[in-house]
Design a protein around this ligand. Structure first.
Ligand SMILES: NC(=O)c1ccc[n+]([C@@H]2O[C@H](COP(=O)([O-])OP(=O)(O)OC[C@H]3O[C@@H](n4cnc5c(N)ncnc54)[C@H](O)[C@@H]3O)[C@@H](O)[C@H]2O)c1
Length: 338
């Protein structure tokens, strides 16, 4: 049995708690939030200990893993504190808001011998896993380019829910908060990024960070990428798509949240095989929830003493892409990523 605790009991904490409850060898033992009312629903339902202070919660020797679900700008100090208390960590995306913070977190986990996993759950969508499989098998061939599009709506009421939303110090804009899932997939599928160029704007929401962003990418392998991300789409979420084009294959994953195969053409793949795969995905487009994958993987990683599937370094790569796009937009210049 692996004992979990949550810090930050807002919206996304619900998903963590639901999945911990579902997993046989996971047990929720404590929650922490600086606002006591935010913990009440978990205390009532799961009879767990509630702490307003993380230092107090970390004194509990029973806790093996702490899931960090606070505003993004707090991921770094809290991760370091939890790592120093020798607990493993699952941290929500984005890993942090600066490279220095991400490096500090990764180093703190390494020094304390604890595991760090970043919640990039979209990697576990059935359609995305099928695409990754054919790319790993080399079936798509030499890559030409890819496209990541996030056309969503987050209205002013969404940003007004909490004072950290849309701020540069604690959240970031559409790239850092929403599109980072899609950018993680882009890097995971296409490889490391060499150079980016971007323009962004704050057009329709009253926030500090960007609500619309466009960017182009050159990957280290020479392939190109195009990014369009916005939370300004009227009147509601329109689409999230991910397309990959190679010499022997074209794949477009689409729908409102990139769960459906819109186009699949891979040289040498039988029509029957493709139809069977598409039917399978359409019957269960969301598959096992991504948060469940991440939590189960942490349990196995502890058991097998290996790294989690989505590591701190993976979280850092997605962050590097976002920050590169921000630097380019600010400087009006192409930016090389180290
Ligand atoms: N993986 C996903 O799909 C996904 C989806 C939504 C949000 N997120 C991420 O999850 C994080 C939280 O987002 P949310 O929507 O749940 O936010 P939220 O505002 O609903 O919840 C944050 C909670 O953290 C608490 N908190 C703030 N500072 C604290 C501190 N110092 N100690 C303890 N608790 C503290 C707040 O009181 C609040 O209850 C963000 O990093 C966000 O990017 C991820």
């Amino acid at each position: 049995m692996v004992n979990f605790a949550i810090v930050g009991c807002g919206h996304i904490a619900n998903k963590h708690v639901e999945q911990i409850d579902k997993i046989e060898d996971a047990h929720l033992v404590a929650v922490c939030d600086k606002i006591p009312e935010n913990m009440e629903r978990f205390v009532e339902k799961y009879h767990v200990q509630a702490h307003e202070d993380l230092t107090e919660m970390l004194k509990n020797d029973d806790i093996d893993v702490v899931n960090i679900c606070t505003p993004s700008g707090l991921h770094a100090p809290l991760t370091t504190q939890v790592a120093n208390a020798k607990k493993h960590i699952i941290v929500e995306k984005p890993i942090a808001l600066t490279i220095e913070d991400a490096d500090t977190m990764i180093a703190a986990c390494k020094e304390n011998g604890v595991k760090l996993s970043v919640v990039h759950p979209n990697r576990f969508r059935p359609a995305v896993m099928e695409l990754r499989k054919v790319m790993d098998e080399g079936k798509v061939g030499k890559l030409s380019h890819a496209n990541a599009t996030v056309r969503w709506n987050r209205n002013q009421a969404y940003y007004n829910q909490a004072d950290w939303r849309g701020t540069k110090a604690f959240d970031g804009g559409v790239l850092m908060n929403q599109a980072i899932h899609n950018l993680d997939l882009l890097v995971w599928l296409m490889g490391d990024v060499e150079e980016v160029f971007s323009m962004d704007a704050t057009r329709l929401r009253d926030i500090e960070a960007e609500d619309v962003s466009t960017g182009i990418v050159r990957f280290k392998n020479g392939a190109l990428g195009v990014i369009e991300a916005a939370t300004t789409i009227y009147p509601t979420n329109l689409e999230e798509t991910l397309s990959v084009f190679g010499e022997n294959g074209t794949v477009k994953i689409g729908g409102r949240t990139a769960n459906y195969i819109e186009h699949w053409d891979i040289e040498g793949m039988e029509e029957k095989e493709v139809k069977g795969m598409i039917d399978r995905i359409e019957s269960d487009p969301f598959g096992k929830p991504g948060h469940q994958w991440i939590i189960e993987d942490m349990i196995s990683a502890i058991d097998e003493n290996r790294q989690p599937i989505v590591t701190g370094d993976d979280g850092k790569k997605a962050l590097e892409l976002v920050l590169g796009l921000y630097r380019s937009a600010e400087s009006h210049q192409p930016v090389k990523l180290d």
